[in-house]
Each structure stands twice: as C-alpha cells, then as structure tokens.
Design a protein around this ligand. Structure first.
Ligand SMILES: *[C@@H]1O[C@H](CO)[C@@H](O)[C@H](O)[C@H]1NC(C)=O
Ligand SMILES: *[C@@H]1O[C@H](CO)[C@@H](O)[C@H](O)[C@H]1NC(C)=O
Length: 493
C-alpha cells in the first residue's frame, strides 16, 4: 500500500516535472567529461550533422546558413526526420538576424554548435602568420557572434577554431594563439553572457598533431586559467566501408582520449570512399566500447556539395532531394534509440570517471608552444562590450513552421504538404507579438526586423497571459496533488 502510494507520488512529480521541462529548451552544460541537460541532469550525447549549405564559403554580409527562415523550415523539418539533436554551423554573419531559425530549431529540440570564425577577411586567424590577424578587429567579430548567440538556450557551445593547425608550420606558429582566443572568448562570456557557454576547438584528422594538441589545449595554465578549452572536437574519416572498432583504429582513439578531462566528440565524421555510405560507425560510436570516452558526433555533412558528402541535394528552386546516405544514416540513428542502446547510455552515466586536469608542460610533441602572444588585445572590448543586437526567441506564427519548398524522398516521391516541423518545446518569445509569415518574407529580403504595428499586440498579450495562467494552474494543481499524496503516505507510515 505504502509503496504504491509513494510510486503514485513519484509519478506525479515526474509528470509535473516533465510538463515543466517540455515547455522550454534547456541549456546544456559540462561536468567533467560529459555534457548534461542543465535542468533535468540527463547526460547529453551529440547526435548530429555538419550544416553548411552552399559550401564553406557561402557566407556574405546578406546571407548565411541561419538567416533564411524558409530554408530553415525545410531543413529543420528534415533534421527531425533524420533523428538528430545537434547541428554544427561553420560561419555566420552577426550582422544578420537569426532569431527565426534559432526559434524553429529550439522548438524542434535541436542544439547548435557554432564556429566563431568565417572565411571573410579579418574574421579568422591566418595559420602561418597569426600575429597579423590576432587584433581588435578580429576579436570584435568573434565577440559579436558570441554576444548574439549566447542569448539562445539552444546554443550548445562555440568552436574558437577549426583545423587551424594542419601542418608543421601552423603547428610551430599557432598553438598559443588558439589558447589566447579561447581565453578572450571565455572572458567575454563571463562578462556579458547570461550563462556559461562552453568553448572548444575542432581538430584536423592528423594523428601527428591531434593528440598533443588536445593535451596542450586542455591543460591548466595558472597565469591564464581561462585559456583552456572546455571540449575537444575530433574530425575523423578513418572508418571507411565495412570495418570494426579495431580495424578502423577507433580503439586507438578511445585509448588516446580515455583520460581526457573534458568532453570529446567527433566534430566531423563519415568517410565516403564507399558509396552510398552505410554509416556502420554510428553504432560503434554509441556502443559500450566508446560511449564513456566520446560524447557522440556530427556527420559531415547535411547538404550535397561538389565534394559529395551530402545527405540531401538542394536544387536552385530550393526543393530538396533526399539521398540514399540520408536513409542509411536515419536507420542507424533509429537503431541507437533502441532499448539496448538506451541502456548502454544509462549505464555509461554510472561509469563516468573523472580524469584530473593536468597542468601545462613546457613542451608538447610536434608542437611549438612558446611563442609570445601580444597581450591586452581584448582589453577595450572586454571593458565596453560590443555593439551587437542580442539574439532572442520569437513567437512565430504556425505557418512559419511549415516548408513551402518541395521535398522528395529517395524515390523521388514528393512529401505532401504540410511539411511541418513538429514542435517539441513550446518556446515563449521575448516579446508578445507574433511574427507572421509575411514578415518572415520581408526579413528574408531586407535582413532586418521590421517593427509590428501596435494594434494586434493587445490581443496577443492577452492570449499569452491566458496561456501562462493555464500553465501555472496546471503546475499548481499537479504540485498540490503530489503533496497530498506525500502527506497521506507519511500519515500511513
Ligand atoms: C532557457 O533555460 C532556462 C533554464 O536555464 C529556462 O528557465 C527558460 O525558460 C529557457 N527559455 C526558453 C525560451 O526555453
Ligand atoms: C500576406 O501575404 C498574403 C499573400 O501571401 C496576402 O494575401 C496578404 O494580404 C498579406 N497580409 C498582409 C497583412 O500583408
């Protein structure tokens, strides 16, 4: 009797909590070697794709991968079909508005890992002469990206650099500059961001540098405690076609990072020498042998580009054609949601060891780490902050969540309309008015947010008040019921 009442009570609590959780998208945070949902405490494993439609250079002052709401509606719909929880974007322009796309992603339960650099001039470090590019103008770009995106709950982390070190010369010249940029970003976040967002680095698939670099970027430097990374991304294309954990060398990767004190994951993977790709490595990555060391990974890449790593082919009319790789990957991602794999992740939590944070050494194999970086470059910007519109969630009209563009399955058959994102989190915008479809079209052409007339504002305010009243009533009622159960069970006891 008693135990069943307790169970009932727990069920109520659970129900109550789940309701609250479902209402928002929770930030992800890091404890030791793993990512966690900061509210539920559940461990978080990255299951995602790299997203750079148009290729790495398709960022201009009026277009980037997260600036066009209609394209986002199409692609977020497909992200959900694929079964992912995270995307990585390599560059954005902080001068553009990303509120609509970020709201859609948040509503769909999808997180973003964002590189702060871009291929445009003075928006990245020059790997051979980093001293010429590590300056205030560069940092201003970086801080603007951070300022805009740190206001979204679904920003999972920032990459301070991607494959900056990829040969002997860059390995001799760049390491201290990477730590300097990490340091500046983390200090900016401490001063201006609403929460602590992790900052990491994504390493090239080169054994010579990948491991020593991870050790160098991880270590604790007494004089610059903010200059160590919070997580490490490994780009790995070593599993090609039919392989095993041993034959692919994944076992050596596990050995190399087992003692790493921060989360590690694949920031790019998916060798394409055998096509269509069958993605057998997905099950390996989330298996017992790897899940304690690797927090998942990102498949390279979502859209088909000339290098032929795509899952979906986009046409000039913005219609999308799903490729066989998409279907194969979708199947693998579905497999790792089976009871067996869920159990593996659950058990991984209890096995999660903590590795000590090493202090920095004077030397690291294949790297030169003693270059002196000019100090104080970030000083003024850290004092004043940057002039940048902060990102925020919007109250989007229902129709914005549907894709206007045609989507064809692998057999060429068209998905029937509405091709609608399924909303798993109810996102409350920071302002009461609803962003309409017509507005989002305006946004697309002008890239600015036009103010709404005031007339329909009042109605929406009322509506929102009604919604939040309804929510708080449900919580109060379930909370009361839960407490009654507890009291009754205590009395019986
Ligand atoms: C963002 O996360 C916080 C918890 O840290 C939560 O209180 C808030 O409701 C979330 N915001 C949205 C819009 O989901
Ligand atoms: C919105 O766009 C539709 C056509 O797409 C048009 O018929 C309608 O009048 C527009 N509404 C406003 C308020 O501009």
């Amino acid at each position: 009797m008693l135990s069943s009442i307790l169970k009932l009570y727990l069920a109520f609590l659970f129900f109550w909590k789940v309701k609250l959780v479902a209402a928002s998208i929770n930030p992800i945070e890091i404890h030791e070697q793993h990512f966690y949902d900061s509210v539920t405490g559940e461990p978080f494993f990255i299951k995602g794709v790299d997203y750079q439609p148009g290729g790495s250079s398709d960022v201009t002052s009026n277009r980037d991968p997260l600036s066009n709401a209609k394209i986002c509606a199409r692609d977020v719909f497909l992200f959900q079909k694929l079964g992912i929880n995270t995307i990585r974007v390599y560059s954005i322009s902080p001068d553009l508005d990303h509120d609509e796309c970020m709201t859609m992603m948040a509503a769909a339960g999808i997180y973003l890992i964002l590189d702060v650099n871009s291929p445009l001039e003075n928006q990245h470090l020059n790997r051979y002469e980093p001293w010429t590019t590590y300056n205030e103008g560069y940092l201003e770009h970086v801080f603007k990206v951070v300022e805009q995106f740190s206001h979204y709950n679904n920003t999972l982390g920032f990459f301070a650099g991607n494959e900056i070190i990829n040969d002997g010369q860059s390995a001799r010249r760049c390491p201290p500059y990477i730590r300097a940029v990490v340091n500046d970003i983390k200090q900016y976040i401490q001063a201006y961001s609403p929460r602590t967002i992790p900052v990491g680095y994504s390493a090239a698939d080169d054994l010579k540098y990948r491991i020593p670099l991870s050790q160098y970027l991880e270590c604790h430097d007494e004089n610059h405690p903010d200059s160590s990374i919070d997580f490490y991304g490994v780009n790995s294309y070593q599993w090609c076609g039919p392989q095993t954990i041993q034959s692919s060398g994944y076992d050596q990767l596990v050995d190399a990072y087992k003692q790493f004190s921060k989360p590690v994951f694949f920031s790019e993977f998916g060798c394409n020498t055998f096509r269509p790709r069958s993605f057998e490595e997905v099950e390996a990555l989330y298996s017992e042998s790897m899940i304690n060391t690797f927090s998942g990974g990102l498949v390279y890449e979502f859209t088909e580009e000339p290098n032929e790593y795509g899952l979906v082919k986009m046409s000039d009319d913005n219609s999308a054609q799903i490729l066989q790789d998409f279907v194969n990957l979708q199947g693998r991602f579905a497999n790792i949601e089976s009871k067996e794999f869920q159990m593996i992740r659950k058990n991984a939590v209890s096995l999660m060891a903590s590795a000590p944070l090493p202090t920095c050494e004077d030397k690291y194999e294949n790297l030169q780490v003693d270059a002196t970086v000019a100090g104080g470059i970030a000083k003024n910007l850290l004092k004043t902050g940057v002039d940048q519109k902060k990102g925020r969630y919007l109250n989007l009209e229902e129709s914005v969540y549907s894709s206007d563009y045609e989507i064809h399955d692998v057999n060429g058959k068209s998905f029937e309309s509405p091709r609608r994102i399924s909303i798993v989190h109810k996102i409350e915008g920071s302002e009461p008015e609803v962003r309409h479809r017509n507005q989002s079209q305006e946004t697309e052409s002008s890239s600015t947010v036009s103010p709404r007339p005031n007339d329909d504002k009042k109605d929406t305010v009322k509506q929102n008040e009604a919604i939040s009243l309804k929510y708080s009533l449900t919580s109060v009622i379930s909370w009361c019921l839960g407490s009654i159960c507890l009291i009754v069970s205590l009395m019986l006891f």
